[in-house]
Design a protein around this ligand. Structure first.
Ligand code: ADE
Length: 241
């Protein structure tokens, strides 16, 4: 998968060199490049923003550097899926992560300040699929942290990136439920025990316990998810509901 990230703070994306994402890049599974938007400015101050049309607080990112950036990074017939990070975007979910993991080329435009001049989205939409995307109902200084979160969620779904694909199976959000709590050795720690069923060796019992814990946890932390659960995904033994 090819990923381009355009930002005025390339250093913010340094964590993409680390850990499993860094390894996936070394192994050629991800062709990830970070670009400094100021490369497409022409004034001595490399300015990328201007006062908002119509007045108001803050600054808006000018369309000109973004236009030239798109012209250079997307020169041919092949187009990326463009993701513009914004608190006003579509909520990012695990379902969207799966959708994006199937794309051959993603390009991220990191908004800063009061966002990017909306004509950049309008213009790009004439030739490529553009999605404004939010990672949650809160406001960050800019989209860089949102890109880190989205790239990590997407990259781990790209075949080969995660060592053990089985761990993708029943993780939180995959079946619309949160994952059951996890434990490791020692069996007893500071007076707290690993639930004995997990040490019983009975896989059927372990599966049932995990299912009940997932339902309980979801009911407590995310009742909204339970309401949206597909009734067909319920087992007759699911009594916590
Ligand atoms: N930029 C600022 N806040 C954001 C958010 N919540 N999601 C995505 N991009 C953002």
């Amino acid at each position: 998968m090819k990923i381009d990230v355009v930002t005025v703070f390339p250093e913010y994306l340094a964590p993409l060199d680390l850990s499993l994402i860094g390894r996936a890049r070394e192994r050629g599974l991800l062709d990830l490049n970070v670009h400094d938007l100021r490369r497409w400015t022409h004034d001595v101050h490399h300015s990328v923003d201007g006062a908002p049309a119509g007045g108001g607080a803050g600054m808006v990112m000018k369309p000109q550097p973004w236009g030239e950036c798109l012209d250079e990074l997307v020169p041919g017939e092949e187009k990326p899926r463009l993701l513009v990070t914004s608190p006003a975007g579509r909520p990012f979910t695990q379902a969207m992560a799966h959708e994006l993991a199937a794309e051959p080329w993603l390009m991220f435009a990191c908004g800063r300040y009061e966002g990017i001049d909306q004509r950049v989205v309008e213009y790009a939409s004439e030739s490529m699929e553009v999605t404004e995307v939010s990672i949650g109902d809160y406001v960050l200084f800019g989209g860089e942290v949102a890109v880190l979160a989205i790239v990590e969620a997407v990259a781990r779904l790209v075949p080969g990136v995660l060592g053990n694909a089985a761990s993708l199976d029943d993780e939180s959000h995959n079946a619309g439920l949160l994952e059951a709590p996890a434990y490791t050795r020692p069996a007893e720690w500071r007076g707290h025990e690993v639930p004995p069923v997990l040490l019983s060796g009975d896989h059927g019992k372990v599966d049932r316990w995990r299912r009940e814990q997932a339902l309980l946890r979801t009911a407590r932390a995310r009742p909204d998810l339970l309401e949206r659960l597909d009734p067909g995904s319920l087992d007759k033994r699911d009594r916590v509901l």
